[in-house]
Design a protein around this ligand. Structure first.
Ligand SMILES: [Zn+2]
Length: 123
């Protein structure tokens, strides 16, 4: 995994490609305990904490769970940021059952991530 400075530079470039330069995004490397504090699951690659109104986000990469997947994890979280306005709007009008259907949103995010990585492979 690159160091924090390199990771933040990579995110800046990816933001340009995804046209989300209006977001202030910071990357941090976290251990499984820090990840669990955020999302109550330490068995994930990473997580992003997004503040819609401020357009700020912090992406935590889990160094204890497949750190070699850091690039795919970054792209995946950036894809969530890219679609977060839409998701937020959808959530407002959803009941719990409809909310469960967001599994398809997660699947779509993963498909878009794989597509992006094919076009812009890790350097
Ligand atoms: Zn996701």
């Amino acid at each position: 995994m690159p160091n924090i400075e390199e990771l933040n530079n990579i995110v800046k470039k990816l933001q340009e490609i995804m046209r989300i330069q209006d977001w202030d995004i910071e990357v941090a490397i976290a251990n499984k305990y820090e990840i669990k504090d955020e999302i109550d699951d330490d068995n994930i690659y990473g997580v992003s904490i997004r503040h819609m109104k401020m357009k700020t986000a912090k992406i935590l990469l889990n160094k204890d769970h497949h750190p070699e997947e850091w690039y795919a994890t970054l792209v995946h979280e950036l894809k969530h940021i890219q679609s977060s306005d839409m998701l937020n709007e959808m959530k407002k009008n959803m009941n719990d059952k409809q909310f469960d259907s967001l599994i398809y949103y997660e699947q779509l995010t993963e498909i878009l991530t794989k597509e992006f990585i094919t076009l812009y492979p890790q350097k």
